[in-house]
Design a protein around this ligand. Structure first.
Ligand SMILES: *Cc1c(COP(=O)(O)O)cnc(C)c1O
Length: 394
């Protein structure tokens, strides 16, 4: 029997990072704006923009910082309303609050994506939209962009966990006006912390660059039309959300690993999905047709389990060695909207709530072998069978 893999362990950082880290440590050159040009952060921005097919990239301290700066760069008035999915990470409504805007929560479906009926109803009353492609599940970007373009409402893509995913062959994060990504350890590229935003809009990125902390004339070290910057000199607050050279040195060699991580992650996901779908108690939602996914975890819905049985399934799985997170079934889950009590009263969103109470989350990193994946799938299927015993699935 294959041992149950540790799905939380990270992949090693490529050896090639070491030489650059050594160089930075020996020179102490850790600040992105010390060198006249080609600092590791600046090189990362060029490489990332090229990889994604965007004109501009700005590396910052986290994806949350990127989301906050995106809202600020859009120059939304105080108390502007920003539509966000009700299924997202607490950092998203937090970034909206941080930017002095008001989040408006949109229902999500059983397949973890935006409910387009609720979206269409709420869109006329908002000033901007953030689409979180949660766990890389891409909402219907054709429908979203059509509606938002017609209403002239800017779309920020929260692609924190969607690097490598494509939609009609185009990279997620390049479909809206701005795309934001994370380098936090649980994402496809791991620098511990870090984030980056991409856009084709020179004026927008100029504003974001200055506000990220390109004080005085440090903006001259960014390859953006210089006119776009000159008019904002001394006009904008400096929030100092920069990335350090050390982080960039750890990210850059991982860009070359991306294609493999995407392919292996998808292989692992689809392999486990087939086995889970063979159980009457599990349902892994289908992806949308234009989407090519880059998963590093799997989400599936429990079918026909009540709350007691759901908790029992999670308990037994954990006991056997795989932690299953049911998004809605803990008092502190940061992806359950009713736990965002910093918003005051959250609206009742019964459809998203019902989904969160049956949606399970299991990490499935690209480095797992198919035998590892078999062990995980078998454990989950056996755990649910143990709970449900001789019950007959609907
Ligand atoms: C991880 C994550 C974030 C936050 O990223 P940080 O870099 O930790 O700020 C935001 N949105 C989604 C969907 C995420 O998965």
């Amino acid at each position: 029997m294959t041992a149950i893999p540790n799905v939380y362990a990270a992949e090693p950082i490529p050896d090639s990072a070491m030489q650059e880290v050594q160089r930075l440590l020996s020179t102490g050159d850790l600040f992105r704006y010390t060198a006249a040009e080609d600092s590791p952060v600046a090189l990362l921005e060029q490489e990332y923009a090229a990889l994604l097919g965007s004109k501009y990239a700005l590396a910052v301290s986290s994806c949350s910082a990127a989301l906050f700066l995106s809202l600020k760069a859009l120059d939304l008035p105080r108390d502007a309303k920003v539509l966000i999915p009700a299924f997202t990470f607490a950092a998203v409504p937090s970034s909206v609050v941080h930017a002095d805007c008001i989040p408006v929560l949109c229902e999500c479906q059983d397949n973890y994506r935006i409910d387009m009926d609720d979206f269409a109803v709420k869109l006329p009353n908002v000033d901007a939209v953030i689409i979180s492609h949660m766990r890389g599940h891409t909402s219907d970007m054709d429908a979203i962009m059509t509606l938002c373009d017609a209403a002239n409402i800017p779309v920020i893509e929260d692609a924190a966990h969607s690097l490598g995913t494509t939609w009609h062959g185009r990279n997620i994060g390049t479909l809206g006006k701005i795309g934001c990504f994370s380098f936090q350890s649980y994402k496809l590229i791991n620098a511990g912390e870090g984030g980056i935003l991409v856009t084709d809009d020179a004026d927008l990125v100029a504003r974001a660059i200055i506000m990220s902390g390109a004080y005085e004339h440090n903006w001259q070290k960014h390859p953006v039309l210089q006119d776009a910057f000159a008019k904002w000199q001394n006009q904008l607050p400096l929030y100092n959300l920069r990335l350090s050279n050390l982080s960039a040195a750890i990210v850059r060699p991982q860009l070359g690993e991306l294609a493999r991580r995407v392919t292996d992650g998808r292989r692992n996901h689809d392999h486990v999905a087939t086995q889970l779908n063979a159980s009457p108690w599990f349902n892994v939602p289908e992806k949308l047709a234009p989407e090519l996914r880059a998963p590093d975890s799997i989400q599936f819905n429990l079918d026909g389990l009540n709350e007691v049985q759901t908790r029992e399934f999670a308990r037994i799985s954990a006991e056997k060695g795989v932690k299953v997170q049911v998004f809605g079934l803990s008092s502190d889950n940061a992806r359950a909207f009713w736990n965002w009590q910093f918003l005051g009263d959250t609206p009742d969103l019964p459809q998203t709530r019902a989904m969160l109470n049956k949606a399970c989350d299991v990490r499935l990193p690209a480095r797992l072998s198919l035998a590892d994946c078999d062990a995980v799938a078998k454990l989950l299927v056996e755990s649910v069978a143990q709970v449900m015993g001789n019950a007959i699935a609907a």
